[in-house]
Design a protein around this ligand. Structure first.
Ligand code: AMP
Ligand code: TRP
Length: 331
């Protein structure tokens, strides 16, 4: 852990809502394989979760739950750091410093805010609007070079790059310039009921997504019922065949198979057969995943989060102190 000559990776997921297959395929499944080659830090971004209303008791449980998802996805706490954002106060403090570098025009460009706030732009929290600046602070505190995320977060990582460059330009070299890393396929997993919209957990019917903690046989049924087109050839064509292309992507990542080899395997076969096989694969995958998820006790998780927060705090403090010095805040 923390080897000097390795590049650093940082990513995180909000402890709100059920973690779904889109989160897993787009983000978490990318993380575990990176642990050997990089210094990895994975954060449970609870300060991001409270940008919308949360029930305190539930939020507490979800912080523990997300950590279990990290472990079930193969993050090894002996190799990587897993910690809770609010346990390291430097995140909120650097966010404030970066707020004074960010411009209103930067935040007005953010499409996620527009989508989330919708017609309620005047009544949502200031935190929701400022969310990307806090995310920039998360990333920049740890000299991060690579940020593995789903496609919907790329614009936020671009903002972190922009803020880092602007700060460095104004105050001198302080931050490393990070870059997003997205999967070639799978950066945007689509809804099962409507493959033209991304899989998501809010404002959608449960037939839209597979939660990682769904009953595995129910999840298999969702695959069987997934929307597909009427031309029953198993061919990857995102434009014209978004439903089957989405299922091919899911198959390809979960079972580490190339899309063209899956197409070959099912040449001349119908959707029914392909879906049945994928449904079994998804069901078995979830059974194993949930076995791992359930093998951790809450006490283990709390202990892990606390001890790893101690490990990252000095890294964050060092960057924060340097930024404050550059600005002229430290005597
Ligand atoms: P969130 O739940 O918003 O904290 O998202 C956690 C991670 O999942 C982020 O890296 C997102 O980009 C990723 N993600 C969310 N939805 C999808 C999706 N439908 N397809 C691929 N990645 C996704
Ligand atoms: N905003 C991200 C999301 O909604 C979560 C996040 C917060 C994050 N801070 C981050 C992801 C830093 C990568 C790096 O998914």
């Amino acid at each position: 852990m923390g080897t000097a000559n390795k590049k650093s990776i940082f990513s995180g997921v909000k402890p709100s809502g059920d973690l779904h297959l889109g989160n897993y395929l787009g983000a978490l499944s990318q993380w575990a394989p990176l642990q050997e080659e990089y210094n990895c830090i994975f954060c449970v971004v609870d300060l991001h979760a409270i940008t919308v209303k949360q029930d305190p008791e539930l939020l507490n449980q979800r912080i523990i739950e997300i950590t279990k998802h990290y472990l079930a996805s193969g993050i090894d706490p002996a190799k990587s750091i897993i910690f809770q954002q609010s346990a390291v106060t430097a995140h909120a403090e650097l966010a404030w410093l970066l707020n004074c570098t960010a411009r209103i025009a930067d935040l007005n460009k953010m499409t996620q805010f527009k989508e989330k706030a919708g017609k309620n732009q005047e009544t949502v929290s200031v935190g929701l609007y400022d969310y990307p600046v806090l995310m920039a602070a998360d990333i920049l505190l740890y000299n991060t070079e690579i940020v593995p995320v789903g496609e919907d977060q790329v614009q936020h990582v671009e903002l972190a790059r922009e803020l880092a460059k602007r700060f460095n330009h104004q105050f001198g070299e302080t931050f490393i310039i990070p870059a997003a890393k997205v999967r070639k396929e799978g950066a945007r997993i689509m809804g099962l009921d409507n493959p033209t919209k991304k899989m998501g957990k809010s404002d959608t019917a449960s037939s839209n997504y597979i939660a990682m903690l769904d009953n595995p046989s129910m999840a298999a049924k969702k695959i069987m019922r997934a929307a597909t087109d009427s031309e029953a050839t198993i061919k990857y064509d995102k434009e014209n065949k978004p439903g089957i292309s989405n299922l091919l992507t899911i198959y390809s990542i979960l079972f580490n198979a190339k899309i063209d080899s899956i197409e070959k395997k099912y040449a001349g076969k119908g959707y029914g057969e392909f879906k049945k096989d994928l449904a079994v694969l998804v069901e078995n995958f979830l059974v194993d995943y949930q076995k791992r998820f359930n093998s951790y006790s809450n006490d283990d998780i709390i202990g892990l989060l606390k001890s790893h927060a101690e490990k990252v705090r000095p890294i964050a403090e060092k960057t924060l102190t340097e930024a404050k010095q550059k600005i002229g805040l430290r005597l």
